[in-house]
Design a protein around this ligand. Structure first.
Ligand SMILES: Cc1cc2nc3c(=O)[nH]c(=O)nc-3n(C[C@H](O)[C@H](O)[C@H](O)COP(=O)(O)OP(=O)(O)OC[C@H]3O[C@@H](n4cnc5c(N)ncnc54)[C@H](O)[C@@H]3O)c2cc1C
Length: 416
């Protein structure tokens, strides 16, 4: 295989395709086109370690500059892929250049979703997706300042914990009845609610934000508070909108490719056009670990889908079927999820809330959908192995008083 591979999006997934292609012996040209002005970097620390310390952004680079030259990966940074000409297999770049491809990989990720409420564009209202936004947010995290976080999902809660560690006064506003409601079981939502309150954060559930109030004409001045639908105003020196993301799938749609809340791909991450793949946060796919089509936002998903596509370009025939897993660091708690636990109808909790070490086994009927853990990395790894290997762990097993996952797996016969 020696034709050119053009990758739109120089993030976690885009870089991984390039790296895996070279590692697999791909001899052709590889061009990595990235809208951001910097080499691919890790996003997870942006809401965690990066906010708490003073390290520079260069410490987050996924690969040093020398890697790209050594591996003959051409980078076009600060440049967008603007459109796709499928007939002639060419892409137009925002720089005015165009590139021809034999394979095109869409790894365009996602962007912040801002709700249509007044005041979101005020200068001290932040969002957090990229390094520039993290730099700006970190500079505003001044001890004693009042931070209002809108959105009680992973990113909002991670920032809340980081800001508390820096001595800010923090309020989290979540519209739903529980925290992280899209991704974890109710028992873990409850655990994290208590944990954040114990960290000193004022968490309000069922809080519907009406507008962001502030100084100046229109929305030109700084935010001074967040007004809820019930009229309450929460004073703020800065606001973080952590209200989710939307996939960057418009360019694919304009090129006539199917999208449904993300670029639609098959089990090989191929779009309807066999020369075009989509991976990572921008792709919607049928996962064997979910009921219907899913779009996942995780490093695991970005890396493993990239590896699948690189293998495919190199002639491989294996479909994508990696076990999804996720993590989130909130204060001293490491939350890890193996599998997709949404839709569980029975959750068995073991461990100790007081010690902050928990394992939640999430079942639908007799089927184990996944395992959620807090500060139990060993059980998380075992959970991934169970889901990978189709080993069965039954509801009746985990509800036994003396159940121990490690021992249980050791005893498990392959026939079960
Ligand atoms: C603050 C934060 C914390 C996170 N924490 C965790 C965590 O703890 N654990 C975890 O598993 N995941 C975490 N994630 C999610 C994880 O970072 C993403 O799932 C992962 O980065 C997805 O990789 P990607 O390559 O699909 O997209 P991205 O990394 O977003 O990269 C896409 C890139 O494409 C660029 N782009 C878009 N359109 C174009 C175009 N037309 N032409 C050229 N370039 C384009 C974008 O600017 C971007 O640089 C976090 C994300 C954020 C923002």
């Amino acid at each position: 295989m020696s034709g050119a591979v053009v990758i739109a999006g120089a993030g976690q997934a885009g870089l991984q395709v390039a790296a895996s292609l070279r590692a697999g012996g791909f001899a052709g040209e590889i061009v990595l086109v990235g809208e951001e002005p910097r080499l691919p970097y890790q996003r997870p620390p942006l809401s965690k370690a990066y906010l708490k310390a003073d390290a520079g952004l260069e410490t987050l680079l996924l690969k040093p500059e020398a890697f790209y030259e050594a591996n003959r990966i051409e980078t076009r940074l600060g440049t967008r892929v603007a459109s796709i000409d499928r007939t002639n297999r060419r892409v137009a770049l925002s720089s005015g250049d165009d590139l021809s491809y034999e394979w095109l990989v869409l790894a365009t990720g996602a962007r912040n979703r801002l709700p249509p409420i007044g005041g979101v564009s005020r200068p001290n209202v932040h969002a957090l997706r990229d390094a520039g936004e993290a730099e700006r947010l970190r500079a505003a995290l001044v001890e004693g300042a009042r931070l209002v976080v809108v959105g009680g999902g992973f990113i909002g809660l991670e920032v809340a914990a980081s800001a508390r560690a820096r001595g800010l006064r923090v309020t989290v506003l979540e519209g739903a009845a529980r925290l992280m409601g899209r991704v974890v079981s109710p028992v873990l939502s409850e655990f994290f609610l208590e944990a954040h309150r114990a960290m000193g954060t004022d968490v309000r559930l069922g809080a519907s934000v009406a507008t962001i109030e502030g100084e100046g004409e229109g929305a030109s001045g700084d935010a001074t508070g967040v007004r809820l639908a019930d009229g309450t105003v929460i004073p703020a020196d800065l606001v973080l909108m952590a209200t989710g993301v939307v996939p960057n799938d418009e360019m694919a749609a304009e090129a006539g490719l199917a999208t449904r809340g993300g670029v639609q791909v098959d089990a090989f991450m191929t779009t309807e056009d066999p020369a075009i793949f989509a991976i990572g946060d921008c792709a919607v796919f049928e996962s064997p670990f979910a009921d219907g089509p899913v779009r996942l936002e995780s490093v695991q998903n970005a890396i493993d889908q990239a590896k699948c596509v690189a293998a495919r370009i190199l002639g491989g025939t294996a479909p994508y079927r990696s076990v999804p897993w996720f993590w989130s660091d909130q204060g001293s708690f490491k939350l890890q999820i193996a599998g997709i636990t949404t839709g569980a109808d029975h959750v068995h909790l073991s461990g100790s809330r007081e010690a902050g070490r928990l394992v939640a086994y999430c079942f639908r009927g007799e089927k184990l959908l996944g395992i959620e853990t807090v500060n139990r990395p060993g059980e998380h790894m075992l959970g991934r192995r169970i889901l990978e290997g189709d080993l069965k762990v039954l509801r009746s097993d985990v509800s036994a008083d003396d159940f121990d996952l490690k021992r249980h797996l050791a005893e498990l016969s392959p026939a079960r």
